[in-house]
Ligand binder design. Sequence first.
Ligand SMILES: C[S@@+](CC[C@H](N)C(=O)[O-])C[C@H]1O[C@@H](n2cnc3c(N)ncnc32)[C@H](O)[C@@H]1O
Length: 217
Amino acid sequence: MTTRAGRRPLTARAHAAVAPRLFPGALAVDATAGNGHDTRFLAGAVGATGRVWAFDVQPPALEATAQRLQAAGLAQRVHLIQAGHEHLADHLPPEARGRLAAVLFNLGYLPGGDHSRITRPETTLAALEAALAWLHPRGVVSVLAYRGHDGGKAEYEALQAWLARRTPVVRCLHRESPAAHAPVLLLLERGDTPGGCMQDRPCGKFPVQKPLSPEIP
Ligand SMILES: C[S@@+](CC[C@H](N)C(=O)[O-])C[C@H]1O[C@@H](n2cnc3c(N)ncnc32)[C@H](O)[C@@H]1O
């Protein structure tokens, strides 16, 4: 699928960038389940032995995600969690710490849902810190930030300030924004990754080299 400008949507670009870090048995988090498109992508990519934890604060979002997973036959691979992503550490088994291959954030509001229930800077930043703490050294965090809705620009600015503060603990691999008020795609990884990535190189060139152990009790 492409946009009218002939570009793939940023969600598809995020999936393409994250895909090389995923493999059968990988562990992943969808920090904002929404309508379940990202959760479905992750569930497909981690295979039958992988696990995905998908968070959302709204029951309609989790219901939509559950339906999408069931239709795809992927529900068994996913833990659906009705909680804010800032509570990630309370919901993942300790064995998953340091082993997440990917954490996806698709910020903003639920399309087709309540537009007043948006992600917020304080909780988004707390969740990003948790994501970094639980990320595998070769894992990736994808953040899709929207600047067009009320609160979206402030959230993106908070995100930028956090990134400036937390570099080099977190490294920005890639930043993509086609126009001034358009959504922004950020790809982040831990700053202590050996032989880390340069900002101008596509993430796909840096696959996970040592597979994570697939066993999760
Ligand atoms: C743009 S949608 C996500 C789209 C989704 N990833 C998809 O593939 O359809 C943003 C979602 O973030 C959720 N959200 C808001 N605050 C949250 C929080 N603190 N923790 C987790 N999810 C949150 C909203 O309820 C909404 O469903």
